[in-house]
Design a protein around this ligand. Structure first.
Ligand SMILES: [Zn+2]
Length: 139
């Protein structure tokens, strides 16, 4: 093996402040990271998948949901995550021509799926738009 980059990464095991589920849309990376920091979430397990909430709320195949749930459970087991933050976003490629309301409804459905399968988790639901991050609450 040829070393092509030097960087010292921490060896210590960590406890995650949260497990965070987002879409892989890079436009929201900075806003989400700054928002998480503001919420006290600095060290986190990032489940970053195209469409984000869609895999939990309205998966194209049922195995997608199981896969995401498995990732969340792994975060709980390995890094003690007790909190999950779901961040949906505007103009998501997984939701062509869908309204913001449709995406938000799926974000809430995703939160319900998580709460139902892992009742001990504290699940928070958010929507990232191009001007900031909004908390999504039922009703
Ligand atoms: Zn997206």
């Amino acid at each position: 093996m040829e070393k092509v980059f030097h960087f010292d990464s921490p060896r210590e095991k960590y406890r995650a402040d949260a497990c965070v589920i987002t879409c892989f849309d890079a436009r929201f990376d900075l806003a989400v990271r700054k928002f998480l920091k503001r919420r006290g979430v600095v060290t986190f397990d990032h489940v970053k998948i195209p469409g984000g909430v869609k895999s939990l709320a309205a998966p194209e195949c049922e195995t997608d949901r199981d896969c995401v749930l498995r990732m969340v459970r792994t975060s709980m087991r390995l890094h003690g995550s007790e909190r999950v933050l779901i961040v949906a976003h505007g103009e998501c490629g997984a939701y062509p021509r869908a309204s913001m309301e449709t995406i938000i409804a799926d974000a809430m459905r995703a939160a319900e799926v998580l709460r139902a399968s892992e009742p001990t988790l504290a699940v928070e639901c958010y929507f990232a738009d191009f001007d900031g991050v909004y908390r999504v609450t039922a009703g």
